[in-house]
Ligand binder design. Sequence first.
Ligand code: ADP
Ligand code: MG
Length: 703
Amino acid sequence: MGELGSSIQFLSGVGPKRAELLKKELGLETLEDLIHFYPFRYIDRSSIQKIADIHSDLASVQILAKVVSIKEVPRQRLNVTVEDGTGRMEMVFFKGIKWNRERLVPGSTFIFFGKPQEFNGRYSIVHPEVDVPREDSMTQGVLTGVYPSTDRLKTGGVTGKVMCKMVSSALNLCLPEIRETLPDYILRDMGLCPLPYALKNIHFPSDSYALEKASIRLKFEELLFLQLSLLKQKYKRSRNEHGIAMPHVGKDFHDCFNALPYPLTGAQQRVIKEIRSDMTSGHQMNRLLQGDVGSGKTMVAVLSSLIAVGNGYQACIMAPTEVLARQHFNNIQKYLAPTSVHCALLTGSTGAKERREIHSGLEDGSIGLIVGTHALLEDNVRFKSLGFAVIDEQHRFGVDQRAKLWSKGPILPDGNQAAPHVLVMTATPIPRTLAMTLYGDLDVSVIDEMPPGRKPVRTICITPSKRAAMYKFMRDEIARGRQVFVVYPMIYVNDKIDISNVEQGYEDIVEAFPLDKGYKVAIVHGQQTAEVRDFNMSAFAAGRAHILVATTVIEVGVDIPNASVMVIQSAERFGLSQLHQLRGRVGRGADSAYCILVRDFKTGKDALQRLELMCSTENGFDIAEEDMKMRGPGDLEGTQQSGLPINLNIASLARDGLLLTEARAYADRILDRDPQLQSPDNALLAKELRKGKYNIKDYSKIS
Ligand code: ADP
Ligand code: MG
């Protein structure tokens, strides 16, 4: 065995204890792991700023400063005053108090890095990164890598300096063993540097130019393999999967279409064409339909379902909650009135007798279109010939659940089981680069046009000092027959959902809008049982309650055209996409709609920026792009199903969009010429892919 596979513990200065710590904290076991563990930023002596030059517009600063004094507010925070000869500032820690108190000894000098904030004319950094200045590299003006770390590692003695030493020995031992992972022709085509050069310079750059070359090479490689593995699946599936060819459109489609109360928007027409072309192709469709809230996805789902029915198949539309399923069902029935299609609703609360009837209707094919919740996935729900499945608001559905749907497809005349065509609909505007990765093997359709007549939602941001005025405004709207949402953020205390803020909010609202004055207030939150939640939701949906106090459980899809005001409390705690989703709940009726963002007096600069953006645009894609830039894609993924695949080592979806686009186009070209990667030219690629490192958990596929 070569050096690459040997354990970190045999490096000088490491030993079993630190090795264990490195494994536990960072997942690093072998020298190879270590070599592929890259710095996340670099210290450059020339970029150190003076405290006197700081202003709060800077995204980040790096200060070389001496600790003057430390003040601890027990169990709360640690205030560390530092100076650099040009001025003083504060470093603030809410976490790791003990460890920081011990190491930040007055008189000693450190490098502090972070975002400066101004308060009362003084600057501070909350939770700065702290490094010990290293004479060797710092004085030569060389770039020094800073590695991701944890408090445990630092207290365990694995400091930045130790990390650098370890990586350096690992590189020395392993460099001769490192083999190129990209074929020559790609290196030449793209002008990429060789792997050993890249690895050496990503850890110990000889200058900023070498660092740039190294980082581009490693990022491109990562993105290329990611796209290759995704696209290979897509190629494979389009060859192997037994799709159902649906050549006809059918009478029901035309009957529905001709009776529509309004013409389809251009975007709706285009998307239906895209779907239809998939359905006729004979391959199984796996398509993501993205469209902002209110863009008219339901119509597209219904018309596409009718194409399936027109070809003798059944269709189903699944929603994540009972309320949504019922809402769909009611709307869809109106659309279906001019057709001969029999439609049914199946949810958890469907009674036993009705359930039996529905089961047999699905089995004998008399039900053409079924709308429902997870109840549709139960084993005893069998279809005569399910040819088309729509999944609404996909992020509430797990991969396993979709696998179940997949298995309900019909048996084709040749004896093979076919997977139904699948349309996944989402209102989460996913930035292009992220969609390309998350859904690398999915086709994506976008409805980028709103139906005419949708009212803009006037958005303002206020502090609680305006509460009285806000209540008055709410009363006026209610007096005009309108309804109001009041949303509170989901708060976690020790990983548990804490609902005290919603409950307190509910009490405040009930006090201001008392029952004896005729006001009715409903409340929904995640701690309620599904029944209680549904009951409250339905009361609001049916207009029996004037105000709905809620956590973000109402984020998804609920359509209550009569609601005209969305109040979002502690708005600074929400992400942009979430705010946008929430705002989309109003503005669906004929009247003007309003969104009131209530922010804390002490709102940080980033949050203020988000709130300002909300007040200035309603375009979901603009908001999503900004969101990803501000927060990195991690949080966006968080709103998707958990256990998401992306685990990029060096590339960033938010920042490396251009490289990703290039990598994808390149991967497409490679597979187009050599779908199995069998040519000798591509042997290296095939080998790398076989290692399974890039096998991202397939999020979109349903089997
Ligand atoms: P979403 O994409 O959020 O699911 P819906 O399908 O619920 O949006 O549609 C939102 C509203 O817009 C519905 O009231 C629907 O009747 C209406 N709508 C859909 N398509 C059109 C259209 N082409 N012209 C006018 N109104 C439309
Ligand atoms: Mg919808």
